[in-house]
Design a protein around this ligand. Structure first.
Ligand SMILES: [Zn+2]
Length: 442
C-alpha cells in the first residue's frame, strides 16, 4: 500500500450566468471522493474573492478541498474529468483547477490569496505563480479560474461562517423554486443568532433561494453545523431535494474590506476602506442614488451610494466637514465619469454642527424678522424692533456617530451582517462523521 499524502484541490470559474455552479461541482467531487476511501481534513472551503472585479462569475467564489489519500493520481484524473464535465465553458466559463500535494501551505500562497481578496489579479499572474511554484494546473478557456483556484488553496481563515447548500434533483434544474416563506421566517427566528441573512423581515422576502438556473435550491448561512442541520428540518420545500453539503467560508466577514486605501492602492476594481472629510453636501440624482466627494489626506475621492443599499438616505444626511470612514469597490473612470468608490458601508467618525444663517427672531414676538432691503438689516413687522445681522442657528442632525450598513437584501456574499458584528469564529467544528455531506434517500 502507498503511504497517504495530503492533497489540496482548488477550482474556480466553472459556472456561467446560464447555469451550473462551482459549489455543485464541489458536491459532485466530494460525492466521488467519499467513495474512494479518502479522508477529509476539513469542510470544503468556499472562498469569495474581490466582488468588484468586472469579469467575475456571479459571486466570485472559488472552492478548495483538503484530503488525505493513498491514490492521488487516480483521484486527480477523475477530478479533471469532473471539472470538464460540469463546467459551462460553452457559456463563457474559464475553469481553473490546481493540485498541491503538501501538508502545509507556503506563505507565498497565502499572500497571493490575500491580494485576490481586494485587488484585480489577472490570469497571467496566476499562470506565472503556478510555474514558479511547480503547481499542477489544468485549465480551459482563458484560465481565469486559476486565480481563484490558487487563492482558495492558499487562503488562511481569521474568521469564518458556514453555509449549507442544498441541491436539486436534475429533473428540477431551471424550474421555479417553491418554498414556504413562513417556514424560512420561522427558521430564522428559531436559529437566531446562529444563522443570518435568511429572511428580510422588512420586505417579507426569502433570501436563501437563488433565482438563476443553477442546481442550488437554497443556502443557509450560519455559525454552527448543528444549527444548520436543524434549520433544514424547519424549511418546507415543495420538491424533494437531492442532498446537501456544508461549506466553510469567508462569507459574512467583510474579508474584502481589510485593505486601507492609500494613493498607491486606489486602483480600478480594488476594494478597501478609507477615511476622509466630506467636501460638499451630497446630491441625490435620478434613481435615488447619492453622490458626494471626500478629502483623503489631500486627495479628492468621489463616492456613490446606490439607492438599493438602503443607506442612500444616510449619505444624504451628511454635510460638508463630516468625518467618515467608508468602504467599497472602486469603479474605473470613464470619459464622462471620474473614478468612483461605490460604498458598502458608512461609519460616521465625527459630525459637524449643522449651522445655518437665518433672519433673526424677534425676542418679544417670537417671530422671524423681515429684511429691510440689501444691507439695511432686519425688522419685526409686529413691534418694529430691528437687528443688523442674520443669526446662526443649529439644525439637529438626522444621522448619528455610528456604523451604517446596507439593508439585508442588498448584502453581498462578503458583507458582514449586524448579527456578526464583533463575532469571530476561530474554532472549526469539523467532524468527518457529521452530516456535513449528505445525499437524501428517495
Ligand atoms: Zn416683535
Amino acid at each position: 500500500m502507498n503511504p497517504s499524502c495530503t492533497l489540496h484541490i482548488g477550482f474556480d470559474d466553472t459556472d456561467s450566468p446560464e447555469g451550473m455552479c462551482t459549489t455543485f461541482l464541489a458536491y459532485k467531487i466530494v460525492d466521488y471522493l467519499k467513495k474512494q476511501d479518502s479522508e477529509f481534513l476539513d469542510f470544503p472551503w468556499l472562498i469569495r474573492f474581490n466582488p468588484n472585479i468586472p469579469w467575475k462569475t456571479r459571486g466570485n467564489g472559488a472552492v478548495s478541498l483538503k484530503i488525505r489519500t493513498k491514490n492521488p493520481i487516480k483521484i486527480k484524473n477523475k477530478i479533471k474529468k469532473l471539472v470538464s464535465k460540469y463546467s459551462d465553458t460553452k457559456n463563457g466559463a474559464n475553469p481553473g483547477l490546481v493540485f498541491y500535494e503538501q501538508k502545509t501551505i507556503p506563505s507565498n500562497f497565502t499572500e497571493f490569496s490575500e491580494l485576490a481578496l481586494w485587488q484585480l489579479i489577472n490570469r497571467n499572474q496566476a499562470k506565472k505563480f503556478a510555474s514558479k511554484n511547480n503547481l499542477e494546473i489544468f485549465f480551459m478557456g482563458n484560465g481565469q479560474g486559476l486565480v481563484g483556484a490558487i487563492g482558495a488553496i492558499g487562503y488562511r481563515f481569521h474568521d469564518h461562517t458556514l453555509e449549507l447548500l442544498s441541491y436539486r434533483r436534475p429533473s428540477k434544474f431551471g424550474k421555479e423554486r417553491k418554498i414556504s416563506s413562513q417556514s424560512v421566517k420561522t427558521m430564522q427566528d428559531k436559529t437566531f443568532p446562529y444563522t443570518f441573512n435568511s429572511f428580510d423581515n422588512k420586505k417579507s422576502k426569502v433570501l436563501i433561494t437563488p433565482h438563476g438556473p443553477d442546481p442550488v435550491f437554497y443556502g443557509v448561512r450560519g455559525e454552527r453545523v448543528d444549527t444548520l442541520l436543524s434549520a433544514t428540518k424547519i424549511l418546507e420545500t415543495e420538491e424533494k431535494l437531492a442532498g446537501h453539503m456544508i461549506f466553510k467560508s469567508n462569507q459574512g466577514t467583510n474579508d474584502h474590506l481589510k485593505n486601507t486605501f492609500t494613493k498607491l492602492t486606489l486602483k480600478p476594481y480594488a476594494s478597501g476602506i478609507i477615511t476622509g472629510v466630506v467636501l460638499q453636501n451630497p446630491t441625490i440624482k435620478k434613481g435615488g442614488h447619492v453622490f458626494f466627494s471626500i478629502n483623503c489626506s489631500g486627495d479628492e475621492l468621489q463616492c456613490a451610494v446606490y439607492k438599493q443599499t438602503g443607506i442612500a438616505s444616510t449619505a444624504l444626511g451628511l454635510i460638508k466637514g463630516d468625518k467618515i470612514c467608508v468602504g467599497g469597490g472602486l469603479r474605473k473612470a470613464s470619459k464622462t465619469f471620474p473614478r468612483v468608490l461605490n460604498l458598502e458601508f458608512i461609519e460616521i467618525v465625527d459630525l459637524k454642527k449643522n449651522m445655518v444663517k437665518s433672519n433673526p427672531i424677534c425676542k418679544n414676538c417670537k417671530k422671524s424678522m423681515k429684511s429691510k432691503g440689501q444691507n439695511q438689516g432686519y425688522q419685526c413687522v409686529k413691534c418694529g424692533k430691528t437687528s443688523k445681522n442674520k443669526k446662526n442657528f443649529e439644525i439637529q442632525r438626522k444621522i448619528q456617530k455610528q456604523l451604517y450598513i446596507p439593508e439585508v437584501s442588498a448584502h453581498r456574499h462578503l458583507s458582514r451582517p449586524m448579527t456578526r458584528i464583533g463575532r469571530i469564529n476561530k474554532k472549526s467544528d469539523f467532524d468527518e462523521s457529521s452530516l456535513w455531506f449528505s445525499l437524501y434517500e428517495n
